[in-house]
Design a protein around this ligand. Structure first.
Ligand code: ADE
Ligand code: ZN
Length: 330
């Protein structure tokens, strides 16, 4: 079996995917035209050429601007359907999808519009393909905790209606200067409300932020977490407690968290016994979907087929699926 076929054939969960980061340039242009939104690029090629990043912030600037073409329920539906059909080709059996409502409500898009479009695509995909999914509403950490609380309050009236999908709360955007502790109160509230909790930490920020995400936010999974390796005590804790890391290798390369793929610590973390998983983060911006991320690691980190299988199994284990559904995929 060639590597691509083997990787695509592994039943896997994608646990770190920003739906706004799955918006491909072609669809971005189509939505811009449909909605009469002006893009500061004359073509898909010119836009793609702008995807040369030197940091998380340089990416976030384009990512938030790109999301400006999303206006109607149908826009969110089309974007989500495109991701789900691509994920299906990669052997994804379950996806836990982050979305950033503040990016949209700040532009006057209703919370209901965002939920409705994404949910319609996820429910339709579940009905036609059996691929399951959950939604992780993520707060933007460059904004205030008050803004996060207001966002939670605006979304809570929709909870019953989207009960089958909206199970989690996350924390993303610019990590430097926005430590987990800034969101301790809103995360405590979300925990009381029964949401599953995750946070980005240790992507650009220090290992301390990973520890704070565990201690101050009580998250169950760390998004990225690759800088945990810099703190031996923390690293041992991640291993002992089997805290999942949702690692995104191509993202780390494109945002210059690492300077080349052979430098990535995924294989080391996995071999030390960390519950590491492989994910795509923002595939439209970083040059690959989830299977591409497995493949690039196999090629540059000399992962064995058994290790690739182990990574796929970890993604099922680390998901928020109920135990009986996990077992179906393992
Ligand atoms: N939002 C989308 N992708 C992100 C990433 N890799 N880190 C932080 N915030 C994000
Ligand atoms: Zn991310």
């Amino acid at each position: 079996l060639d590597l691509h076929t083997f990787v695509r054939g592994l039943p896997k969960a994608e646990l770190h995917l920003h739906i706004e980061g799955s918006l491909e340039p072609e669809l971005m242009f189509e939505l811009a035209r449909r909605n009469g939104v002006e893009l500061p690029y004359s073509s898909v090629d010119e836009l793609r050429r702008a995807y040369a990043f030197d940091s998380l912030q340089s990416f976030l600037d384009l990512y938030y601007a790109g999301a400006g073409v999303l206006i109607t329920e149908r826009d969110f539906y089309d974007m989500t359907m495109a991701y789900m059909s691509r994920a299906r080709q990669d052997g994804v059996v379950h996806a836990e999808i982050m979305f950033d409502p503040q990016t949209h409500t700040a532009r006057g898009v209703a919370m209901e519009t965002v939920f409705a479009g994404i949910a319609r695509a996820l429910r339709e995909t579940r009905a036609t393909t059996g691929i399951t999914s959950y939604l992780i509403l993520s707060f933007l950490r460059h904004l205030s905790e008050e803004d996060a609380i207001a966002t939670l309050e605006a979304a809570l009236p929709l909870r019953e209606q989207y009960n089958d999908l909206w199970t989690g709360i996350g924390l993303d955007s610019a990590e430097h200067g926005n430590p987990p502790g800034k969101f301790a109160r809103v995360f405590a509230r979300c925990r009381e409300l029964g949401f599953r909790l995750v946070a980005h930490a240790g992507e650009e920020g220090p290992a301390d932020y990973v520890r704070d995400a565990l201690d101050l936010l009580q998250v169950e999974r760390i998004d990225h977490g690759v800088r945990s390796e810099e703190d031996a005590v923390l690293l041992q804790r991640l291993i002992d407690q089997q805290v999942p890391l949702t690692v995104c290798p191509l993202s780390n390369l494109k945002l210059q968290v690492i300077q080349s793929m052979p430098q990535h610590n995924l294989a080391r973390l996995l071999r030390l016994g960390v519950m590491a998983t492989v994910n795509s983060d923002d595939p439209a911006y970083f040059g690959g979907y989830v299977a591409d991320n497995y493949i690039v690691c196999a090629e540059h980190l000399a992962l064995t087929r058994h290790e690739l299988f182990e990574l796929a199994q970890n993604s099922i284990t680390a998901s928020f699926l109920p135990p009986e559904q996990k077992h179906k995929h393992m």
